[in-house]
Design a protein. Sequence first.
Length: 451
Amino acid sequence: MCGMNNQGGKKSIARIIKEGIVALSSAKLLAQLVNIAAAFLVIRALSVFEYGVWQLAQSAIAIIGALTLPTLENIFLTDMARDLGEGKVGRYRAELRAFIRIVFPLSFFVAVVVFFAAPFISTLIGADARAILMILSASFVLMSIKRIYLLLFSTQAKFASEAGFTFLSRFFYLCLIIILVVFNKFGIIGVALAYLFSAFLPLIVFFPAVLKNIIDLSKIPRGSYSFLETIKAHGKWSLLNDQTGIIGDLEPWVIKYFLGIEAVALFSVASSLYSALGDLIPIEKILRVVFPREITDPDRLSFLFQRTIKYFTWLYALMGIVAYVFAPPFLKLVFPKYLPSLFLFNIMLLRFLVIPISNAVTAALYTFRAQKNLFFINLSKLGYPLTLAIGIIIFGIAGTAINAVVFVFALTAARYYILRRIAPSLSFNFRTLFQFDEKDRALLKREFFRG
C-alpha cells in the first residue's frame, strides 16, 4: 500500500498528465477504430428507422439512469484523489465503501423498474422495443460495477488499467456483432444483447486485479468518514447536478417529435462521429485527479490551468481541420445512406474550439467544490429542448447542430465567469495562444522530450 500513499510525490504533475493522456487516448483511439468497425456493421445492417429506434431506446435508458446518480463519482473522485495524495488511505477506503453502498442498490432498483416498465416506455418510442428495453435494464447493474472499477483506477492514477477496460468493452462488442453477422442473427435485439455482454465481459477480465486492490485496502484500518461529510463539503447541489443531465437526453425525443425517427438516426450518426473525436483526449477526467493535488499551490495550479488550455486548444483545432477534410470521403465510403449527416457534423466541429477551456474550467470548479454554482449554471439546460425546437423550426435539421454549438459556448462562458469569481488566479488570456515563451520551452523540454 506504500505505492498508494506516495503516488502523488513520485511523478511530476505534467508527467502524470502526459502518461494519463497517452494511456487513455491510445486506448480510446484503438477503441474508436473498433467502434468504427462495429458501427459499420450495425448501421449498414439496420435500416435508418431501426437505428433511430435503437437510439431512442438508449436515450430512454439514459434518462431513467439519472436515478442512479451517474456522475456521483465526480465528487468522490476529487475527494478520494485528494485523500490518497495526502496519504489518508483509511479514509480513502471508507469513501470507496460509501460509494459502493449508494450506487449498487440504486442501480439494482432502477433495473427492476425499467424491466417491468418496458411495455409503457415502448409505446412512447412508437415502435415495439419491449424486448430491447428488458435486455438493457440489466445494464444498470453491470454499469454500477463498472463505475466502481473505474473509480478505483482513476483515483489511483492507474490510467493503463482504465484504458484497457475501455478498449476491451469495445473490442468485445465488435466480436459479438461479428458473431451475429456470421450466424445471420442480426437485428436490434441482437445489438442489445451484444451491448449487454460487452459490458459484462471486461468485468470478468479485470476482476482479479480489482479484487487484489480491495484486499490490499482491507488491510488498512478504515478511516472515519460519513457521506454526510461529502454532502456538507460539496453541498446538495453536487447530487442535483446529476439530474440536469436528463435534459440532454431529451434531445432525440424533441427531434423525433418535429422531424421523425429517421432524423434521430441522422443526428445520432453525426453526433457519434463528433463524440468519437471529442472524447478521444480525456482532459477533464485527468484534470479532476491532478488539480486537487495542486490546490495548496495557487501559482502552480494557475500555470497548469493556463498551459492545459493553450496546448489542447491547438491540438483540438488541428483535429477539427483533419476531421473536416476526411469526414466526407469516410461517410461516402462507409455510411453512404448517412451522407446528410455530414453537414451536421461540420457544424458540430465548432465545439472543438471550446472543449479545452470547458474541461479545464469544469475540473477546476469541482476542485473548489463549487457544485452549487455548477447546478445553477446547469439549470439553464432546462431551456435546451425549447431552443432546440426553435432551432429546428427556423433551420430545419441543421438547427439540431447549431443549438448544440451555441449552448456549449454559452455554458462555458458562464462557468468561466463563476470560476474567475471563486479563483481569480485561474484566468486565461487568449492572446497567449499565439505566444511561445521560455516557460513553454522549458516545460516541453523537461516533461515531453526527456528520456
